[in-house]
Design a protein around this ligand. Structure first.
Ligand SMILES: Cc1cc2nc3c(=O)[nH]c(=O)nc-3n(C[C@H](O)[C@H](O)[C@H](O)COP(=O)(O)O)c2cc1C
Length: 319
């Protein structure tokens, strides 16, 4: 069975700079979801979201924009905006677990309100011709919440529902709940995508065996921690390319230069790259030491030196 791999959006990480560099150096991802657009009460699209979705910044990729809202007018406003850029599909985020979001009845905090979901989907389908897809957790308090939403979702022509097999309350703790995900498969007519904790080729194979009807898989954090993962899954191999660290190094330098040019001053670029290294370090032979070394680098010069040393050690280690 041929499988489709999608890059699960990570706000603050998988913007157009990351996506383009990723696609160029590693490949393996068929479609990229852009991180969510949030309006914060105003009918204005922030310039960082605009830059992220402009077609000239995404010319070699298939990208699907995402919105996080519980307001039908806001949803419709974002639909108009993305359609004006030429996008046909908008993904709706019902997964975000953070209390600041869920307490306002958004993200996974909206799953317990099927009526509101129905109202929003009704307006969007009556008033626009946008293709809607969903990205959800299975609930906020319990993984049964989603079961009451499926009858509503089944009455709309959604493209698919991607499910992160956790509940909001968990944040990112604990494991994914695979029994509950199976219940989702059994409870909707919609096409489901699996999302959650695919961090290795072995883990992917485990999910594929457990859910033989699923042929779309979304990878979020695992793809930053090991950018070779999607192409290895696609090539059905656990072998890295011989020039693994050379490719990684070129990828790193590309995003570093672009973020350095886009952010002003040494602190924002340091914080940006440190965020990436929290994930990158996980595929190095000594994750803690690697991360510490980056964290300690106080200046851009020290940072560049630290990266060079880390990669030199890793190359020596892998011979
Ligand atoms: C830092 C961070 C930012 C995220 N931003 C988004 C987002 O903008 N939209 C979204 O749907 N999910 C977002 N997620 C959730 C991921 O897309 C994904 O569903 C989740 O991490 C589980 O998949 P994984 O185990 O493959 O990472 C974010 C997760 C993290 C850790």
């Amino acid at each position: 069975m041929s499988i489709t791999l999608l890059s699960s959006p990570l706000q603050g990480f998988t913007d157009f700079r990351f996506r383009n560099a990723f696609h160029h150096y590693f490949g393996g991802i068929d479609t990229f979801y852009a991180p969510y657009i949030r309006l914060d009460g105003k009918m204005v699209i922030k310039s960082s979201y605009q830059r992220d979705l402009q077609l000239e910044n995404n010319s070699t990729l298939e990208v699907i924009p995402q919105v996080m809202t519980n307001d039908p007018d806001g949803f419709l406003f974002v639909v108009k905006y993305i359609q004006s850029l030429g996008y046909k599909e908008l993904n709706w985020n019902l997964g975000c677990p953070y209390p600041m979001v869920t307490k306002q009845g958004m993200g996974s905090g909206l799953i317990c309100d099927p009526e509101k979901i129905d109202h929003i989907l009704k307006r969007v389908h009556n008033e626009t011709d946008v293709i809607v897809s969903m990205k959800m957790r299975m609930g906020y308090e319990t993984p049964e919440e989603i079961l009451d939403v499926f009858p509503i979702l089944d009455s709309y022509p959604l493209k698919n529902i991607a499910i992160h097999a956790r509940i909001g309350k968990q944040l990112y703790k604990g494991g994914v709940n695979l029994e509950a995900f199976q219940r989702c498969i059994d409870s909707t007519k919609h096409k489901l995508y699996y999302n959650g904790d695919i961090t290795t080729v072995a883990k992917f194979r485990e999910m594929q065996e457990r859910f033989p009807s699923i042929d779309h898989f979304m990878i979020g954090r695992g793809l930053i921690a090991d950018p070779f993962l999607p192409s290895m899954i696609k090539n059905n191999t656990t072998e890295y390319p011989a020039n693994r660290w050379q490719i990684f190094s070129e990828f790193h330098d590309t995003i570093y230069q672009q973020y350095d040019a886009a952010l002003s001053g040494p602190t924002p670029i340091k914080m940006k790259m440190l965020g990436f290294w929290e994930y990158f370090s996980q595929s190095f032979s000594n994750p803690q030491k690697t991360y510490k070394k980056i964290k300690k680098a106080g200046s851009p010069r020290n940072y560049t030196q630290a990266v060079a040393e880390i990669l030199k050690n890793e190359r020596a280690f892998s011979i």
